[in-house]
Design a protein around this ligand. Structure first.
Ligand code: VG1
Ligand code: CO
Length: 541
């Protein structure tokens, strides 16, 4: 066995977007494509010789191949050890947990998260730093720059390692430790939540349905929800991870998790339903005839945090991504703590968490988490809700309605225009940019624009600046429209338009009706139909 140095040439566009590098499997299968990016990750880092790396993915197609390649490259680049999940499986939150628990140098997550998988689907790779979180923008920019000039990479010609058996192996002098994918994560969950209260809830007949969407959370949920918490076998459905997620979109929202929504609204139903995404960092919470919006979920968890053992001492602060509704801001104000507004993507929460400025954070895209790790965490959010229900004896619907009665309601929706031409999408944003200064004071029906701007973020901890993070139109009644382009798509561009309207007392309107005027304004101001050729959004959540 020996180390090879392989000559290579750079690829166009290996630019880590919102959440690492995501491309179709066909792109990743090009010779040297994965290797170039992995070598660029290693070259962006210093001091890893002899150190430990965590490695795992969501089990999608190409996961098994990529893991072996990365092991051989880690060995050739001088890592001392790689901790890899059994069969190559680790959820994104589990990777973060393991990096922190064992104080490893960093970790690599293989996933395209909520994007579809399979030979014709997507694949992705993301580097996490020693705090357990996604590499911050200065690191991802560096990785990108290196990937544009790379000329060679290092790889061992050692044979593949059998990852089906837990244990220690040697690869060209580097130790490979195959670990239980679930154990460390389950232990962390047990330290945060009142497992005996949740166990009692199930023992008393509470009906729960967890849809793992044939993605990575199946084994985690089976172990935690059924084995440790005693929910009946079969509570976790679609529990076996599949390379193509059973042909579905592993994205837990009411549009993609149709099976769960239909079940919850059907004759049998359940007291609570939940779903998680491809890599286990997203969550959706559903009650009987009610789907909780992620923005509300963050606000509700923050308002009730003291009911949960892990947060009984209270929370230091909250952060939300800019397009996420302002529901959490009202809770922060009531608690007398700060609420930070960050660009989209989990990498922006890391500094705030490390610095102790915040305890909880979340995004409108079905992501919520806390300082326990540095990633969003689907099962964590679901256990938090179960713990709240167990502690209060209330239903999901009661908790949501009581929250609205106390704080008012943010009507919220996101409209996605998927796979549009990239140049047309850029032109739409330029068109909006050019209009920004003239919008203040303009009247549209009953709405008056207060101001319009483009969001730029200065990290309060390290002072780094991230520009062009979304165009915002604010109205005098506190409503907002936000426009931004997705950084996780793999085909053309995706325009996301976010609508947020606050109502103190009118709590029972239909969401799209309540937002109707804002939706019409967005179409007019941005000329969405003119630029995209679409008169309706592809996905409404
Ligand atoms: C989307 C979401 C963003 C999330 C990101 C990664 O990004 O909007 O909130 O952090 O996906 O989520 P974008 O750039 O497409 O809007 V995951 O679960 O796919 O890692
Ligand atoms: Co995800």
């Amino acid at each position: 066995m020996s180390i090879q140095t392989v000559s290579t040439t750079p690829f166009e566009g290996q630019n880590p977007g919102t959440s690492g590098l995501r491309k179709t499997v066909s792109v990743f299968r090009q010779p040297h494509y994965l290797e170039n990016f992995v070598q660029s990750i290693f070259d962006s880092q210093e001091g890893f010789r002899g150190q430990t790396l965590v490695l795992g993915g969501d089990g999608r197609f190409f996961n098994a191949v990529a893991i072996q390649t990365i092991l051989k490259m880690a060995a050739a680049n001088g890592f001392g050890k790689v901790m890899v999940g059994q069969n190559g499986i680790l959820s994104t939150p589990a990777v973060s947990c393991i990096i922190r628990k064992y104080k490893t140098f960093g970790g690599i997550v293989l996933s395209a998260s909520h994007n579809p998988g399979g030979p014709n689907g997507d694949f992705g790779i993301k580097y996490n730093i020693g705090n357990g979180g996604p590499a911050p923008e200065k690191v991802t920019n560096h990785i990108h720059a290196l990937s544009q000039t790379i000329r060679q990479y290092r790889i061992s010609d050692a044979p593949d390692i059998d990852l089906s058996r837990i244990g220690l192996y040697d690869m060209d002098g580097m130790t490979v430790e195959v670990i239980d994918s679930v154990a460390d994560y389950a232990e962390l969950m047990q330290s945060l939540f009142d497992f005996s209260a949740i166990r009692k809830l199930f023992a008393n007949g509470f009906v729960f349905r967890f849809d793992a969407m044939h993605a990575v959370c199946g084994p985690y949920a089976k172990k935690i929800v059924e084995d440790m918490l005693g929910a009946p076998q079969g509570t976790v459905v679609n529990a076996v991870p599949k390379e193509d997620f059973g042909g579905h979109h592993p994205d837990p929202n009411p549009v993609n998790a149709t099976e769960l929504i239909a079940f919850m609204n059907g004759p049998q139903g359940a007291d609570m339903g939940a779903a998680t995404d491809g890599d286990g960092d997203r969550n959706m919470i559903v009650g009987r005839h009610i789907a909780v919006t992620p923005s509300d979920s963050l606000a509700i968890l923050a308002a009730n945090a003291r009911a949960v053992p892990g947060y009984a001492a209270g929370i230091a602060g909250i952060a939300r991504s800019m397009p996420t509704s302002t529901a959490a801001d009202r809770v922060a104000a009531a608690l007398g703590i700060a609420c930070y507004e960050t660009p989209t993507g989990w990498k922006f929460f890391g500094d705030l968490l490390d610095d102790g400025k915040i305890t909880l954070c979340g995004e409108e895209s079905y992501g919520t988490s806390s300082s326990h790790i540095r990633e969003k965490d689907g099962i964590w959010a679901i256990l938090f809700w179960l713990n709240l229900l167990a502690a209060t004896g209330k239903t999901v619907g009661q908790i949501v309605h009581e929250h609205w009665r106390k704080y008012g309601r943010n009507y919220y929706s996101r409209h996605d225009y998927v796979s549009i031409d990239s140049q047309r999408a850029a032109a739409l944003m330029d068109h909006l940019r050019a209009k920004l200064s003239g919008l203040s004071g303009q009247v549209f029906g009953s709405c008056t624009v207060e101001k319009a701007d483009e969001f730029s973020y200065t990290d309060p901890v390290d002072g780094s600046v991230s520009e062009r993070q979304g165009i915002r139109i604010f109205f005098t009644d506190g409503s907002r429209i936000v426009f931004r382009l997705s950084g996780t798509g793999t085909v053309g561009a995706t325009l996301r338009v976010y609508f947020d309207r606050y109502e103190k007392d009118r709590l029972d309107m239909a969401v799209q009706d309540a937002l109707g005027e804002l939706i019409a304004i967005a179409s007019e101001v941005a000329d969405i139909a003119g630029f995209t050729g679409m008169t309706e959004p592809t996905v409404v959540t």
